[in-house]
Design a protein around this ligand. Structure first.
Ligand SMILES: [Zn+2]
Length: 232
């Protein structure tokens, strides 16, 4: 029986059960749509259902809008890298924080990941520089100090030329999350840094135990920076 002309053309969207779609591994979607769904479902917090919803959103979007998203992903991967001094995400090396001579570059705040740096920076309370560890020491997962940027931090402390602006480091503040691995990493760094003769402090425990810097409010973070405690 011929299709009536008033029937909507669903072929472009490979609607479930539609005969126009191929059936690889039981999938009802065209291959390129499957790939898009697969990629979306690799994103944090995105399950299969949400990935399908996002893929259909892209399919329905005008081409220029969808391609803008593709180009933004491409640009960010091409132009954003880690600062050679502090490992912050940046398009310039050193980053804008390391190269800002109005900041106190003798003061380094150590964080686990770039997101923590951004959260602390948004408080507007901190005028020193940072060091992003790119992880925590996790002995149970086989992650040692040499697998993250610990050696780069120690080099900044030992040699002013390795630090932002060639400034000698006076104090290191440990801004690690109060979780088991954060405490373990802080303990390790505390010993290594003391041995190199710098003052070591850590953010005040305004942060709830097990809490995350990236989710803390500005007020809590501002208190944690101001009320930092010396590690003796
Ligand atoms: Zn930097």
């Amino acid at each position: 029986m011929p299709t009536r002309s008033s029937e909507p053309d669903r072929s472009a969207f490979g609607a479930p059960g539609h005969s126009g779609a191929s059936r690889r591994n039981g999938s009802v979607y065209p291959e390129s749509v499957d790939r898009l769904i697969d990629e979306f479902s690799k994103l944090p917090g995105i399950g299969r259902r949400s990935a399908e919803r996002l893929a259909f959103h892209i399919l329905k979007s005008p081409a220029p809008d969808a391609l803008k998203l593709a180009r933004a992903v491409e640009d960010v991967k091409r132009s954003v890298r880690h600062c050679g001094v502090c490992f912050n995400l940046t398009e310039t090396d050193p980053c804008h924080i390391c190269s800002d001579d109005r900041r106190d570059r003798s003061l380094i705040l150590v964080v686990e990941q770039p997101k923590d740096l951004i959260s602390l920076e948004q408080t507007g309370m901190y005028k020193g520089v940072y060091h992003v560890l790119m992880g925590l020491i996790r002995p149970l997962d086989g992650v040692g100090p040499e697998d993250i940027t610990v050696n780069d931090l120690l080099r900044r402390v030992e040699d002013p030329n390795a630090n932002s602006g060639g400034v000698a480091v006076r104090e290191v503040i440990l801004g690690l999350n109060p979780v088991v691995e954060g405490d373990g990493t802080a303990l390790y760094l505390g010993e290594e840094l003391h041995r190199r003769g710098v003052r070591v402090s850590r953010l005040a425990r305004g942060l709830p135990s097990g809490g995350q810097i990236e989710f803390a409010s500005r007020a809590v973070l501002a208190d944690a920076i101001q009320g930092r405690q010396s590690m003796e």
